[in-house]
Design a binder for this molecule. Structure first.
Ligand code: SF4
Length: 415
């Protein structure tokens, strides 16, 4: 039987909810509306379920009880990943971390976590992507290239679409500005409103822009033409509803976020500006919010005797470097492909449990591997979009594989 329905794509933090698919016998044949990343993602399901202890294929019960034994024996296990897990799975992981006195972290500790934490502490004004579509007249993409990382960002929400108050859409009514160290695809779309700055030049550009906003001569050590910064300031001052989309390029370039906070304050003295962090994974923002609600922190925590400790020493990078963790449960992530080899290799010295829909270097080196369902394709739940909006997603096809929520529940029950 052919099926046609609307689904949510969990291929990136946009969680597009208008996806149509055709599926037959649990295989997705056609995907409509999604971008190329989403099409590939929606076809990722398979009906195989793999459970392994060491090199040996085992059944589900053996894999789960081996995972439980590892966590029971560990004094300080690391629980890490969860960027593509549902909110329900993330909440279970937090409970599991409490129960096992674990260190709990996610990729936001070396990505946009500090910015999301500031957002949850109300350090600046933010808004939803629906607000952007309906109201925004000026958007800035700073250190981010959504055309490649969130391919439908510009078409669905921020630049091309028509919104309630933006009937004509894109360049007739919206000004899109890119500030970056290279001419990305997004920067090309922004045409004359692309401001190319040298690597590490963001803080100075911010100061120059703040000066320009109050009518002073903007100066940078790299001699960015003051006239262009003054022109930019004039556009920003006229914004009725402005949005700054901040990516890793900007956050990595700043020593701390203070210059960005100052810029948001300066922009809001003259106009109306919001900031949205360009969160990449489908539910990293959810993890940050769920942990924040529970502990007041968005990542890098250690539970101990009913208390919670927080600091960079509890991030995956620092705890592997210092070898303070003695086991690891890695959910939906492959540290071997993302962290420097010198740090990831320390995982080889401790028992690792890998929950992942895909074979990765981490799963191949794991003591226990549980091949989980692909969220949004083979399992459902709720996730938090990059702008904080909660989205329900449902499976497109059935699978024998367990969701990571189901695996975590089994581990919790057996502990
Ligand atoms: Fe999926 Fe992201 Fe593409 Fe939307 S932009 S279809 S959520 S990958």
């Amino acid at each position: 039987r052919m099926e046609k329905n609307y689904y949510v794509c969990t291929g990136c933090g946009m969680l597009c909810d208008d996806i149509e698919v055709e599926a037959e016998k649990n295989i997705v044949n056609k995907v409509y509306t999604a971008c190329r990343v989403g099409v590939a993602h929606m076809k990722e399901g398979t009906d195989n379920a793999v459970f392994r202890v060491g090199d040996k294929p085992v059944d589900e019960a053996t894999a789960v009880s081996e995972a439980v034994a590892i966590l029971k024996n560990a004094k300080n296990p690391l629980i890490f990943g969860l960027g593509t897990s549902s909110n329900e799975a993330q909440k279970l992981a937090i409970e599991l971390a409490k129960k096992t006195s674990a260190t709990l972290d996610d990729p936001s500790s070396f990505r946009l976590g500090s910015l999301v934490e500031a957002l949850l502490q109300n350090r600046f004004k933010t808004c939803t992507l629906d607000d952007v579509r309906n109201k925004a007249d000026v958007t800035i993409y700073w250190g981010t290239n959504p055309s490649d990382s969130h391919p439908r960002h510009l078409s669905k929400h921020s630049y091309f679409p028509r919104g309630k108050e933006k009937q004509r859409g894109w360049e007739e009514e919206r000004t899109a500005i890119a500030i970056d160290v290279r001419k990305s695809h997004t920067a090309k779309i922004c045409g004359n409103y692309f401001f190319e700055i040298p690597p590490g030049g963001d803080a100075e550009f911010i100061d120059a822009l703040i000066a320009a906003l109050s009518g002073k001569l903007p100066k940078t050590s790299y001699n960015f033409p003051p006239k262009r910064i003054l022109e930019l300031a004039n556009i920003l001052k006229g914004a009725k509803f402005g949005v700054v989309f901040v990516g890793l390029g900007l956050v990595y370039s700043l020593e701390n976020l203070e210059p960005l906070f100052r810029l948001m304050d300066a922009l809001n003295e003259k106009a109306n500006f919001h900031l949205i962090p360009m969160v990449g994974y489908s539910n990293t923002r959810g993890f940050n919010e769920n942990l924040f609600e529970e502990t007041g922190y968005v990542n890098s925590v250690k539970f101990e005797d009913g208390a919670v400790k927080h600091g960079p020493e509890y991030s995956i990078v620092e705890s592997l470097k210092a070898k303070t963790v003695d086991a690891a449960l890695i959910i939906g992530y492959d540290p071997f492909s993302s962290l420097p080899r010198s740090i990831a290799k320390n995982l080889l010295e401790i028992p690792v449990i890998s929950l992942n829909p895909f074979e990765t270097l981490t799963s191949r080196n794991a003591k226990v591997y549980i091949n989980t369902a692909v969220g949004g394709v083979e399992s459902g739940g709720t996730a938090t979009r990059m702008d904080g909006v909660k989205v329900d997603f449902k499976p497109v096809v059935e699978t024998k594989r367990l969701s990571d929520e189901a695996v975590l529940k089994k581990i919790m029950e057996a502990l």
